[in-house]
Design a protein around this ligand. Structure first.
Ligand SMILES: [Zn+2]
Ligand SMILES: [Zn+2]
Length: 347
């Protein structure tokens, strides 16, 4: 099969022939019809993810058709249309037993722990725990756009963030996950303030339901701007980018007893990130993390997509072939772009 392979961190990846994968006993091999290009792929390529070993094939937001099935898989057969959370759970550890597969203790993430979906085929573990049926009528591109970002935003806003109608929600960073969060919060009846440095991203945020936009290049303090627009601070604020600055701005955007949800990854040299904890104490803030979404939680989200309340398809701004991936992957470092790029490995 053809795949995007890199041999060294930060050095150009290349598209080349590699052996087709085989399914594990508990796993499947999926023919990849569409796969999203995510900033986490860029972090992996840069060497920010300790789970990666070289050479490596990235890619973790995928949809496709089951091609081959392991001997112990009972729920899936060749020809099934499927997608998968980026956290593939083991199904048996205490977290999985509690229904929290998104923080599984023995998780395997395609494109990180093993070769991913920037390829014509991908092997996925523990299929009976992790595969999600793509509804009839949903395209593979839309299903791939649920990827890590839309599903992660859904859990971050709805479950971890406990959004309520009428609340003010601030979203810091309007890339794929941020725009998804804007759409989901607005559809939940919240009033959304979108924050970004890119006018194009803010235009999209407004299109997806943001009531207010803050151009972070034009105001001296984005948190103060959010506080003013919301009459004292947001009830819920998300750092959807993942940087010390946006993390702090999100916490500083909150009103008393507000909730911060950290969604963007926060890699740093020493492994820690400064957070305005003094403010968290004085204002009784809640600081929460959010990490993907378990397969069993997908039906509620898929129902809202099916009924047209949520439109992940509108997040797709670009479709590219496998050959264009090495350049697009490298470009994520300097120009993250607006919306979601979908790769079609067979085009
Ligand atoms: Zn587990
Ligand atoms: Zn991702």
């Amino acid at each position: 099969m053809r795949a995007v392979v890199f041999e060294q961190y930060g050095k150009p990846a290349e598209v080349r022939e590699v052996p087709d994968p085989e399914p594990a006993e508990h796993g499947v091999v999926v023919r990849v019809e569409a796969t999203g290009l995510c900033r986490s792929d860029w972090h992996g390529w840069m060497g920010h993810d300790p789970d990666i070993t070289l050479p490596h094939v990235p890619g973790h937001e995928l949809a496709g058709v089951v091609e081959a099935v392991g001997t112990r898989v009972t729920g899936w057969r060749p020809g099934d249309r499927v997608t998968v959370p980026f956290v593939c759970a083991c199904g048996t550890c205490p977290s999985c037993a509690a229904g929290d597969q998104q923080v599984c203790e023995r998780q395997t993430q395609p494109g990180f722990h093993h070769w991913g979906s920037f390829a014509q085929y991908v092997a996925l573990d523990h299929a009976d725990v992790n595969l999600v049926a793509v509804p009839d009528g949903m395209t593979y591109a839309t299903a791939a756009a649920l990827g890590c970002r839309f599903a992660t935003a859904f859990r971050a806003v709805v479950r971890q963030g406990r959004v309520a109608a009428g609340e003010w929600v601030a979203v810091h960073g309007c890339g794929g996950v941020g725009l998804s969060a804007v759409m989901i919060a607005a559809a939940s009846g919240a009033r959304v303030v979108a924050v970004d440095v890119s006018p194009r991203a803010l235009d999209l945020a407004r299109k997806f339901g943001a009531a207010e936009c803050v151009d972070a290049t034009r105001v001296p303090g984005t948190a103060a701007a959010v506080q003013e627009l919301t009459g004292g601070g947001a009830h819920l604020s998300l750092d959807a980018l993942g940087s010390p600055a946006t993390c702090a701005a999100s916490v500083d955007s909150l009103r008393r007893r507000g909730r911060h949800v950290q969604v963007g990854l926060l890699p740093s040299a020493d492994g820690t990130t400064p957070v305005p904890l003094a403010r968290a104490i004085a204002l009784e803030l809640e600081l929460l993390g959010s990490h993907g979404m378990a397969a069993h939680a997908y039906p509620g989200m898929l129902e809202l997509v099916g009924s047209g309340v949520l439109r992940p398809d509108l997040l797709i701004t670009r479709t590219i072939a496998l050959d264009a991936v090495p350049e697009a992957l490298a470009a994520l470092g300097t120009a993250p772009g607006a919306g979601v790029t979908v790769i079609e490995p067979w085009s």
